[in-house]
Design a protein around this ligand. Sequence first.
Ligand code: ADP
Ligand code: ASP
Ligand code: MG
Length: 405
Amino acid sequence: MALVVQKYGGTSVGDAERIRAVAEHVARTRQAGNEVVVVVSAMGKFTDDLIRLAGEISQTPPPRELDMLLTAGERISMALVSMALAQLNVESASFTGSQAGIITDTDHTRAKILEIHPDRIRAALDAGLVPVIAGFQGVSVEQNITTLGRGGSDVTAVAIASALNADVCEIYTDVTGVFSADPRVVTKARRLAKVSFDEMMEMAATGGRVLMLRSVEFARRHGVPLHVRSSFTWEPGTWIVEEDPTMEEAVVAAITDDTSEAKITVGGVPDRPGVAAQLFRELANQGINVDMIVQNTGTNGMTDISFTVAKTDLVAARDCCIEVKDQLGAAEVTSDDGIGRVSIIGAGMKSSPGVTALMFETLSNNGINIEMISTSSIRISCVVRAERVGDAVRFLHTAFGLDAA
Ligand code: ADP
Ligand code: ASP
Ligand code: MG
């Protein structure tokens, strides 16, 4: 008998019919002799709707209250899934994140899990029930309700799987697995049977939103077997695995696109030690995550520093830069929210020369200008105009031989 954690994303529980289909699959999994724990997201785009509603009341909602509001979405789906299971005579009970023992830090809207005390979940399993847990939420060490960041139900599922020592954590979604590019952008994208943790982390960090980055990090650290699959076809999907040293690695396994970031440039700053340190310390103190950074070669003792941040942090980041501008001796602060990033990812890149050249040639041959570049040992990212990102992904997908026949 295996213990299976099944996480169902927003589309998978999008309406009553989908919820019934989920309950039937849970019942089938049980009939096959497994124990099942279910983790659910809010229905469809319900979280977006709640954020919009909050925005109609306040441009700066108190983070504690925003979290309280957003966790309502997952409460609705957990209760409905549990009711659908009851209809099939499968005994179950729903649990909020707090009831499931998910203890987080106090960082509202992006809380990190500190501990899990799954006693009630274990007791429910021992009593023969299917526990249905609200994803994306927990309770802080100060007893306030928190959320784990957008896409956070993936983290809940992996964390619960780890705490219960589950045999597998299945992430059910609206595509049949992890593809060589977002199948909504590249119609010729191919499903990958396996992806290494390293590659999946780079994908998740650069726009491949099929798995939230933190869930992949958590799964690797705690050795949780992850299987991404479809709640529409139920066919086997993609396994996220440790790299197999005996296998030849794909030079480029996947291409990602991301238009969720904006660029800030602090222009005309003195080219001396300590300037970048002070700028990024101030941003860090405001809790702003900085992604790509480029500093131009100095001329006449002056230079420019450009970096990218999430669009949702743009106003705060720009205000922060404007505040320290005079202390830094900078001339100006400008921002640009019309950028996008295209990345190529592949573990085999480490040992294959010419990958960078082919990427740059492909973009240039198609008239796509590169504005910023960053690399890791298994990834190359280029910032381009947002409206060219889709083209860039498709051209690169073809150039690196990834198109499905
Ligand atoms: P869920 O609500 O189930 O969590 P998400 O919308 O978070 O679903 O993630 C699934 C979506 O991720 C897909 O619909 C797909 O458009 C997108 N996606 C982006 N990149 C990829 C990729 N490389 N492979 C598969 N899906 C991807
Ligand atoms: N409902 C939350 C969101 O939309 C969490 C999730 O779906 O994983 O971000
Ligand atoms: Mg998701």
